[in-house]
Design a protein around this ligand. Structure first.
Ligand SMILES: Nc1nc2c(ncn2[C@@H]2O[C@H](COP(=O)(O)OP(=O)(O)OP(=O)(O)O)[C@@H](O)[C@H]2O)c(=O)[nH]1
Length: 196
């Protein structure tokens, strides 16, 4: 089975005040979050798709040479990004990463990609919370995504109520990423300023 990478970048970054995807990666002189995550996914996925909310936002990423598509409709939330991304890929499954998680560790990606793939969602659990924005989704989940969107839901978390889920527990995650850096997500200028 092949697995695609989907980067979700279609949010408005309101709390940050500027597009989080284009923030510079700490410790790197020139890479943005989106370039860094795209480069990582390119090494392990059969295809990588970046999902922006609309053509105007997508145009911001042409410099990075990333295959960018747009949401079927903008501003419906990451569930719409997932829907649009899953429709665009040819692989049977996708590793989905929010573009505001710049420290996703290759070892965690390898752990996720080494699991048996079937029709279940494969979701890491940290502090008791399912990490739906760093998880593996089968394309076969698309009808359920469509149903959730029709019900007015915006968050992939709502799939946990209707889909079969296989959890990756915290001990497994800590074995490869002891500080769970992979699950740090950046929302505000303060959080960005405090990154090391
Ligand atoms: N494609 C797509 N991605 C989205 C959408 N909404 C949020 N995302 C992505 O989902 C991830 C989590 O988003 P949030 O941090 O909850 O929201 P945000 O819009 O980025 O930030 P705020 O405006 O500050 O809430 C980020 O990578 C977003 O880019 C959407 O409507 N479409």
């Amino acid at each position: 089975m092949t697995i695609a990478g989907i980067l979700l970048a279609g949010g408005r970054s309101r709390r940050m005040g500027k597009d989080k995807a284009l923030l510079p990666l700490p410790g790197s002189e020139r890479l943005t979050f989106v370039e860094h995550l795209n480069a990582m996914l390119t090494t392990c996925c059969s295809e990588v798709v970046l999902v922006a909310r609309d053509a105007e936002q997508a145009a911001e990423y042409t410099f990075a040479g990333i295959h960018t598509i747009t949401d079927e409709a903008p501003d419906i939330g990451p569930l719409m990004g997932l829907y649009s991304g899953l429709q665009a890929i040819t692989a049977s499954h996708a590793l989905v990463i929010a573009v505001d998680m710049p420290f996703v560790q290759p070892a965690v990606v390898r752990l996720l990609l080494s699991q048996p793939l079937d029709d279940a969602l494969l979701v890491p659990v940290v502090n008791g919370f399912h990490q739906v924005l760093l998880a593996v989704y089968p394309r076969s989940i698309l009808p359920a995504v469509e149903e959730r969107l029709r019900a007015g839901r915006r968050d992939p978390r709502s799939l946990l109520e209707v889909a079969r889920v296989r959890s990756i527990d915290e001990a497994q995650l800590r074995a490869v990423d002891p500080q769970l850096r992979s699950f740090v997500n950046i929302n505000t200028p303060e959080e960005f300023a405090n990154l090391k």
